[in-house]
Design a protein around this ligand. Structure first.
Ligand code: ATP
Ligand code: MG
Length: 396
């Protein structure tokens, strides 16, 4: 009997001819997150992490909970088939093993057993195995005065028993974030502010296998160093999900662009749109530089006055690359809930100097008209501003 962590992936396996490629990317992302000396192997559509040292289990489980592409994972044991009986007494043996596994878990009251029989030569059907092993576990806890019950639909502990051709795996299943492994869907440049939305947007794309390169525009010296640190902390949190490589963060000063744009008629209602167009253009240049195929923003339709369909069109019109807005149909609370789950909420909630808010005219345009935007663009040289921004840009 060996201690293992079993990893399953769902969508990855659906990719037909590309399956091997997706598995390789997932495997690489997992391997990079493992402590030194811990090995992972791939066996029959699942991955097994060998646990020689019990002390690393919680670290590895935590890592797996952050890896896109991991559908389920769980710590348990792997036995060779000849360690178990060939007759019905296997039910007692499995019952004992599952019971002792559950005894190690804290605070739970409902459970279920899920059996998967890959080897049809095993003479007990899955549903019989589930029921009978479940009975043994139930009876054990009852006999020691603990009331535990079976919940097939929503158990607090789901113990999986997989009967494979040569092995049996028994583990307590947890849900991963699913999706696709980062790096399997190419790259995109994410425009990261310090707010709630853009980190969630970047995460959503990572969950679809996209490697993120981040860009942040700061208004220093008018904005603080602390605001910049906030963005760096957000990137650190996003790194947990990124597998193999760390996220690159480009930082770009916007003071010069703001000055140029502001000259275009005091308090022009188009100011913010013009600034966001400039940001998109700089981000697009970065995309070309790093081989990214799209931009990602945290825009959500109607969330603020600037995020109308007309304004989204006016800001995105400055670039050829697709501008992905994974939050476009989400409510603020839904976005904040995801921010809490992924760990960016507590950073985003800190005060910061918002470059866009600073630049907000008294009455901002809510329905930008392209002819007016084009007129405004004639009053300054956007190309040169983009070039200058690129030469001022730093990689953190
Ligand atoms: P967030 O919560 O992400 O700050 P928001 O609701 O404040 O978004 P806006 O300020 O209109 O919305 O910005 C829309 C999007 O533009 C952001 O989600 C982000 O992708 C991008 N963006 C805005 N400001 C910056 C910045 N200073 N640096 C990089 N990207 C930015
Ligand atoms: Mg913002």
């Amino acid at each position: 009997m060996k201690r293992v962590i079993v990893v399953h992936y769902d969508e990855v396996a659906l990719k037909g001819g590309n399956r091997g490629y997706f598995e390789d990317v997932l495997m690489r992302n997992i391997r990079v997150g493992l402590p030194k000396g811990v090995a992972v192997t791939q066996e029959w559509g699942r991955m097994l992490v060998d646990i020689n040292d019990q002390a690393v289990v919680s670290e590895v489980l935590n890592m797996l909970s952050h890896i896109p592409g991991v559908a389920t994972y769980g710590a348990g044991v792997s036995l060779s088939r000849d360690e178990l009986s060939d007759d019905h007494s296997v039910i007692d043996e499995l019952g004992k093993m599952v019971t002792s596994m559950l005894q190690e878990c804290e605070v739970w009251s409902t459970f279920r057993i899920t059996a998967k029989r890959v080897d049809k030569g095993f003479n007990i059907e899955s549903n019989v195995l589930e029921r009978e092993v479940g009975d043994r576990v139930f009876e054990h806890f009852k006999s020691v005065g603990e009331s535990k019950s079976v919940s097939l639909r929503n158990p607090e502990k789901e113990v999986v028993v997989e009967i494979l051709n040569k092995k049996v795996l028994i583990y307590i299943k947890e849900r991963g974030i699913s999706g696709l492994p980062v790096g399997s869907s190419g790259k995109a440049v994410a425009l990261l502010s310090g707010g709630f939305d853009s980190p969630v947007a970047a995460y959503m794309l990572m969950k679809r296998g996209v490697r993120i390169v981040a860009i942040h525009f700061h208004g220093m010296p008018h904005t603080s160093e602390a605001s910049l640190d906030k963005v760096k902390s957000i990137v650190k949190v996003l790194n947990n999900f990124s597998g193999e490589k760390r996220i690159k963060l480009y930082i770009v000063p916007v003071e010069r662009a703001m000055k140029a744009i502001a000259l275009e008629g005091k308090q022009s209602k188009l100011r913010l749109i013009l600034l966001r167009r400039f940001m998109n253009r700089v981000a697009q240049e970065v995309a070309h530089k790093v081989g990214a195929k799209a931009l990602v923003t945290g825009e959500s339709v109607g969330q603020v006055a600037s995020q109308t369909l007309e304004n989204m069109r006016a800001t995105a019109e400055s670039v050829d690359l697709p501008v992905l807005r994974p939050l476009c149909g989400m409510n603020k609370q839904e976005i904040i809930n995801i921010a809490s789950e992924i760990g960016t909420h507590d950073i985003s909630v800190l005060p910061h100097d918002d470059t866009c808010a600073m630049f907000m005219p008294k009455s901002p345009e809510t329905k930008a008209k392209m002819p007016e935007v084009r007129e405004a663009l004639k009053t300054y040289d956007e190309d040169t501003l983009v070039e200058q921004a690129l030469s001022d840009m730093e990689l953190v």
